[in-house]
Write a protein that binds this ligand. Structure first.
Ligand SMILES: C[S@@+](CC[C@H](N)C(=O)[O-])C[C@H]1O[C@@H](n2cnc3c(N)ncnc32)[C@H](O)[C@@H]1O
Length: 258
């Protein structure tokens, strides 16, 4: 049976393919084109239930995914990583419940939130952001998901990080990982994974050389292309427009104690 909705849970109010809205269940009411919805009246209902607005327009209460909430409710002030790349990064880094992950830069906190969601309930993300405004924004964003207990936020240059925890994985989404790897790779356990996300191939080359110099093994670079499809009976085909480029991912495994 579907979960009962409690205070502060997130709900996706689904009217039709084009009209759906995400809210947190609080005491407020929302005024939509389809009519007013008193969010507190959803308390005690179950995900999957059908309700109506004050104008009698029916909607289905669905449970949004973490990505639905992030895409709609996070304020994004930096270039963030797309879902296709996020999923690959998590798997490639071997991140799971209990992992301790070192990350930079925090930016808007999208990647931080995804990592935090996977390391629950007893892992941690130690994240570093050099800019004060973005450090504050990421905290605000991640609090919306209630994931802040799994994150240690630092407003600092990651190259100056001082860490007292064994690190299972390092994830870098910043412009010059080659200047960072030499300063922080000693925090990573032997066999631990490092992943860098970079928009240009020139940055990949510099990062590759830095990883090689530090004795990392199994170095791999990838680019993931996602092609979406038009769905119509008897006429299923790729969409005409496609996001041509997001970034490259380079990953490696630590071998040496240096
Ligand atoms: C592309 S954004 C990261 C976006 C982030 N992954 C997200 O999902 O929202 C890169 C961030 O790295 C930060 N940055 C750059 N160099 C840094 C450093 N040495 N230490 C910490 N943060 C750094 C920048 O200020 C910027 O916010």
């Amino acid at each position: 049976m579907n979960e009962t909705i409690k205070e502060k849970d997130w709900v996706l109010l689904y009217f039709n393919k084009k009209r759906h809205y995400i809210y947190r269940v609080t005491e407020t009411k929302v005024n939509l084109n389809e009519g007013i919805v008193h969010l507190d009246k959803l308390l005690g209902k179950r995900y999957g239930d059908i309700e109506k607005t004050h104008l009698g327009v029916p909607f289905r209460i669905l449970k949004p995914t973490i990505m639905d909430i992030i895409l709609e409710k996070f304020t994004r002030k930096t270039q963030v990583i797309y879902p296709k790349d996020l999923g690959y990064i998590i798997l490639k880094a071997g991140i799971g419940p209990g992992s301790n992950v070192l990350e930079a830069g925090t930016g808007s906190g999208v990647l931080t939130a995804i990592i935090a969601n996977f390391v629950r309930p007893n892992g941690k993300v130690l994240t570093f952001e050099i800019r004060k405004d973005l450090y504050e924004l990421a905290i605000k964003n991640i609090k919306k998901l209630g994931l802040e207990t799994y994150v240690r936020f630092h407003q600092a240059d990651i190259r100056e990080a001082e860490i007292d925890t064994d690190i299972d994985a390092i994830i870098l989404d910043l412009p010059d990982p080659w200047n960072v790897i030499c300063k922080i790779s000693h925090f990573l356990k032997i066999g631990g994974r490092i992943i860098c996300f970079l928009p240009t191939i020139n940055q990949i080359e510099k990062t590759y050389l830095a990883l090689k110099e530090k004795g990392f093994i199994m170095i791999e670079a990838s680019e993931l292309l996602e092609r979406k499809y038009e769905l119509k009976k008897n006429a299923i085909r790729p969409k005409t427009l496609m996001r041509g480029h997001t970034g490259y991912i380079i990953s490696a495994v630590k071998l040496l104690h240096i």
